[in-house]
Design a protein around this ligand. Structure first.
Ligand code: ADP
Length: 305
């Protein structure tokens, strides 16, 4: 009988411009590792990283709590969380822990859950960090690749990304506000113009077509969002300059990664990703902000190690 399991889950980017709360893409930039072990009773979290250790406030802890309740698991669980994904920068940090916890719990207690159910439990973990349940990051982190989330009825569609797709992410060194996700949601418009919604929908549809056709140019040129990005960009120092510089250096499309503040550029293997990264760094410097950059590719989902 298995008494412990370790699962690694990748970072992710949500939205991809016009796919707010719907699209997610797993990224091989960073990974979280969650170790689960059966114990006598209760849920205990151990971590050397600066994350909440109370189960209800930790995205992985909350997943374990809800799964234990749902499947009437009598034994206790110890969680050890090793963070690789930077916390609070729009790289799906809480989601990576939640996805790893969901897949690890399933394996530890031999539940054999289907992928939609694993994502649903992982999504509950986002309540601990974002205050509400949302599935874009956890779906990508759990299943890997590019994902489309439908909520009514709940369903996740996964598409294998083109091998040519390369991403450049610039992570600014700025203080992250407490409750960042709530702040970045609070600036969003309550209503949108029908014509704006039509434009975003056309680009979202083209992104899906781009992933289906493995057409990196089509994906990149459709990363255009006229609803969420304009409302949030003031929260990121130098956003316009970073975007302009990246496009000028050959990026096909540029947008905010998830709720920010990281900025992500979509490009292909045949471009010059290093040049795009240094152009993004210069963009942030114009707003007196340092950043780190990472060149990455789509990742597979959460796996037992
Ligand atoms: P991002 O997706 O931009 O990384 P998150 O949605 O991950 O941002 O939210 C980060 C917040 O979630 C922080 O306030 C952090 O304390 C909280 N949090 C709770 N559990 C975790 C966890 N296991 N890993 C990372 N952050 C967590």
């Amino acid at each position: 009988m298995v008494s412990s399991v370790v699962v690694r889950a990748p970072s992710s980017t949500a939205n991809l411009g016009p796919g707010f709360d719907v699209f997610g893409l797993a990224l091989d930039a960073y990974y979280d590792e969650v170790y689960l072990e059966k114990s006598d009773h209760g849920i205990k979290i151990q971590s050397f990283d600066t994350i909440p250790l109370v189960p209800e406030k930790n995205s992985a802890g909350l997943v374990v709590k809800e799964m234990a309740k749902k499947f009437e698991i009598k034994s206790g669980v110890v969680l050890k969380i090793k963070k690789g994904v930077p916390v609070g920068f729009g790289m799906g940090s809480s989601a990576a822990s939640a996805a790893a916890a969901s897949v690890a719990f399933d394996a530890l207690f031999n539940l054999n859950l289907d992928s939609n159910t694993l994502v649903k439990f992982a999504g509950i973990g986002e309540r601990a960090s974002a205050g509400s349940v949302h599935y874009d990051n956890v779906a990508a982190s759990t299943l890997g690749g590019f994902v489309i989330v439908r909520t009514d009825p709940f369903d996740v569609i996964k598409i294998e990304p083109p091998k040519e797709l390369v991403l450049c992410v610039a992570i600014p060194k700025i203080d992250i506000p407490m409750k960042k996700t709530q702040v970045s949601r609070s600036v969003l418009p309550k209503q949108v113009k029908l014509s704006d919604s039509v434009r975003n929908l056309s680009n979202a549809a083209a992104i899906v077509a781009g992933f289906m056709k493995k057409d990196v140019e089509l994906i990149g040129s459709s990363i255009k969002d006229i609803i969420i990005e304009p409302a949030r960009q003031h929260l990121i120092p130098g956003f316009n300059q970073v975007k302009e510089n990246a496009l000028h250096a050959g990026a096909l499309g540029v947008t905010i990664s998830g709720a920010g503040p990281s900025i992500i550029a979509f490009t292909s293997r045949s471009s010059n990703p290093k040049k795009i990264c240094s152009a993004m760094e210069k963009g942030f410097m114009s707003a007196k902000t340092k950043c780190s950059t990472v060149i990455c590719r789509p990742s597979k989902g959460a796996i037992k190690v």
